[in-house]
Design a protein around this ligand. Sequence first.
Ligand code: ADP
Ligand code: MG
Length: 271
Amino acid sequence: MNMTSVNVTAANFVAAQFNSVDKVFESRGQRFEVLRGFDLTVREGEFLAVVGPSGSGKSTLLNLLSGLDDASAGTVVCNGRIVDGINTHVGYITQQDNLLPWLTVQQNISISLEIRGVAPAERADRVAAMIAKVGLKGFEHHHPSKLSGGMRKRAMLARTLVYDPQIILMDEPFGPLDAQLKVVLQAELLKLWSATGKTVVFVTHDIVEAITLADRVVVLSHRPSRIKLEEHITIGRPREVHDVRFTPGFEEHYRRLWAAIEIHGAGGTHQ
Ligand code: ADP
Ligand code: MG
């Protein structure tokens, strides 16, 4: 099914919403305005990708939605409630690798359930099932330092998915991985997403990745950020991750998104 064709207007189909959000960081007497009057609606069950130049506020958006940070003005709403403190409806896979180095893969995943008061027997079952799902069977007792980059990403994904959050926030999760591994993990993510119907907000600086995965891509401008372009991806599902770039429509999406992303500076890189 092509999720983009779903016409959503009713309030109960909204997973999250930024309403006229300002975000200003103050540091050593300097005001650093990241978001100004920012509006964005995330629909229930959609796969939304957020792209934009470095420093445009992508991580800030996820921090606000997860409640790790608060807005300077305006409101962030999630599942009908204003986010005020840690938002338990979301699972957040942050840009930094934050597996606990002294715990094994199994323990790192289990701790998510422990914190939420899940009984030990149920915990063991759910952790084992999730380890199998993300392809980490056989590595349960390894410590993070003994894992490859891709395996650590799988462990981070498992640690978030295991407690079954309604909304999954991912901040450039596959950024540092090599191209082949990226494709494998993207495919697995799409499989997990389509099997669960979760809402995903996926930050990336990779336009191909955004088109490959998302129902909708929003492009942020330089800060203070606003949405410069909203692109509905019309490529049908299920998608073959390695093949999406050769399908009709891809090139047009790519051209429009590429034109919208402002890349400043001689280096020409935006992340
Ligand atoms: P992106 O993820 O798009 O690269 P961020 O959301 O991390 O951008 O940051 C947006 C801007 O806000 C950046 O210029 C960054 O330096 C600044 N910023 C982020 N967090 C803080 C903070 N805690 N204090 C001061 N400035 C910050
Ligand atoms: Mg970031």
